[in-house]
Write a protein that binds this ligand. Structure first.
Ligand SMILES: Nc1ncnc2c1ncn2[C@@H]1O[C@H](COP(=O)(O)OP(=O)(O)OP(=O)(O)O)[C@@H](O)[C@H]1O
Ligand SMILES: [Mg+2]
Length: 463
């Protein structure tokens, strides 16, 4: 069936197993009819002579063929019941929900509309369902993710739902990623070494969810107190520190205005006795200088080779400036207004440096991590330009209200409220794979986390 119609034959949306069993019943009935006619005609057979013989032969053939067909179709039907791949079942269920008129027609097709192509494939127990924007548009397709989740509600597919979407850049189709939402993908690491990734542009969050920092490395960690922000940041830091320092003088700098999350970790920047953290501005200037130097090295290499060279092509390791409790740092620990004696240490300089690093740092592999307790942006909070420039955004133990501050324009239909535990979060990353927010669980680190972070920090700067 290629076109939408209100007069559809219901069998059109059934699975091949049901179709096969249905046809086996039909051919079985035909076989019975042939048998019945043969029994009835046997008495008058002799009276009809040659014609009777021909009729008898036809009926016999008919009976034999329909019996074989009925049995074959029955066996095929039974085999299909147990062997239809889940990807195919998902595709059928979705097609039925979208295209069968008895299901409310969520894409609002009119009679005679061409039906879009639907495909579904499986990779590592994740299903990618793709619907083409034929006679509909990607905006409509983006709005039906929850309808798709509820359409796959039979048997073993019951626990599957759309967890994220991706729209084709050329607006040709939308891909829905469907996963077992009851499955716990949380990673448990017994030692820091287990956290080492093979590729230094990847940071792992949970089984199957890895963010790509090759272009978008700056991360915003938000969430209420004790929700898992600092712990989540630490899981990233351990992965980053495990690569060691690069030959271009890479840096990982921790700023802890609350003297809490990274207190005791070597080289952590803590407030002065009077609570001031104006020295952070000097550190940011140095970090920005490092960014410039690295960018010049990359540019020179690009000119030399005549081709675009990326920081990770040159064996550069990512550099990070990590702000825990960013809002309190920005509003209480930094001098708010410049003085004549010291015009360089004030909020305006802090904001401007941060803007430069966040917007220009990616090409040199220089990023920031910002941790904030409230997702609200604007006056007294996170400058909206910074929020928008953060490639990766995470809210721990989230609520829809908080999420609206971070994802103003993104579709959040794939997000469902649940009993969030510490380390559970919604996250998005502009890496092309996770553009729409989705649910993740940050890893549990089953070892002495602070001790290990301290050891790795020490090793990073001494080895
Ligand atoms: N992914 C996780 N897995 C298991 N436990 C976690 C996880 N994340 C956090 N926790 C637990 O929750 C505690 C609080 O986490 P964390 O200190 O990161 O919260 P926070 O959001 O930074 O809070 P605060 O606002 O007080 O700084 C941790 O000490 C740890 O025991
Ligand atoms: Mg914290």
């Amino acid at each position: 069936m290629k076109k939408y119609t209100n007069n559809v034959n219901r069998i059109a949306f059934c699975s091949p197993a049901v179709k096969s069993l249905f046809l086996s019943v039909v051919t079985g009935v035909m076989a019975f009819a042939f048998w019945f006619v043969r029994q009835s005609l046997s008495k008058i057979d002799d009276m009809l002579g040659d014609i009777g013989e021909v009729i008898n032969k036809v009926i016999n053939y008919g009976f034999n063929i329909t019996v074989v067909l009925a049995l074959t179709l029955f066996i095929v039907g039974i085999i299909l019941i147990f062997n239809t791949p889940t990807a195919y079942r998902i595709k059928l269920a979705v097609r039925k929900r979208m295209f069968s008129p008895e299901y409310d027609n969520p894409l609002h097709f009119k009679e005679g509309c061409l039906l879009p192509r639907v495909t579904c494939s499986e990779k590592f127990r994740q299903f990618s369902l793709r619907i083409w924007a034929t006679s509909t548009n990607v905006a409509d397709l983006e709005s039906i993710s929850n309808v798709i989740s509820s359409s796959i509600n039979k048997g073993r597919m019951k626990k599957y739902a759309v967890t994220r979407m991706k729209t084709d850049e050329a607006m040709n189709y939308v891909t829905y990623y469907i996963e077992d939402v009851k499955e716990n993908r949380k990673l448990i690491f017994k030692s820091s070494e287990e956290m080492k990734q093979r590729n230094l542009t990847k940071l792992v969050i949970q089984k199957g969810s890895v963010i790509d920092i090759s272009t978008v490395g700056s991360c915003l960690f938000s969430g209420r107190t004790r929700s898992g922000k600092s712990y989540g940041v630490t899981s990233f830091l351990i992965q980053l520190l495990l690569y060691g320092r690069d030959k271009y003088g890479s840096e990982i700098i921790l700023i802890d205005p609350k003297t809490e999350a990274f207190q005791g970790v070597p080289r952590t920047i803590l407030p002065d006795e009077d609570g001031s953290m104006d020295k952070v501005i000097d550190i940011m200037k140095d970090f920005d200088d490092l960014r410039r130097r690295r960018q010049i090295i990359i540019n020179n290499k690009s000119n030399e080779t005549g081709d675009e060279v990326k920081w990770y092509d040159m064996e550069m390791h990512p550099c990070y400036l990590v702000f825990d409790e960013f809002i309190s740092l920005r509003t209480t620990n930094i001098t708010q207004r410049a003085t004549k004696e010291d015009p360089e240490h004030c909020l305006a300089v802090f904001d401007s440096l941060l803007k430069t690093i966040v917007t220009m740092g990616a090409s040199a592999g220089c990023f920031v991590i910002i941790s904030i307790a409230q997702a609200s942006v604007g006056e007294g909070g996170l400058p909206s330009l910074i929020s928008e420039a953060m490639g990766t955004k995470i809210i721990f133990k989230p609520s829809k209200e908080e999420a609206k501050f971070l994802w103003k324009n993104e579709n959040m239909d794939t997000l469902v409220m649940r009993d969030f535990e510490q380390g559970d979060a919604w996250f998005s990353s502009k890496d092309g794979e996770h553009d729409f927010p989705s649910f993740v669980r940050f890893p549990k680190m089953d070892f002495k986390v602070k001790e290990e972070l301290s050891r790795l920090m020490e090793a990073y700067y001494t080895e």
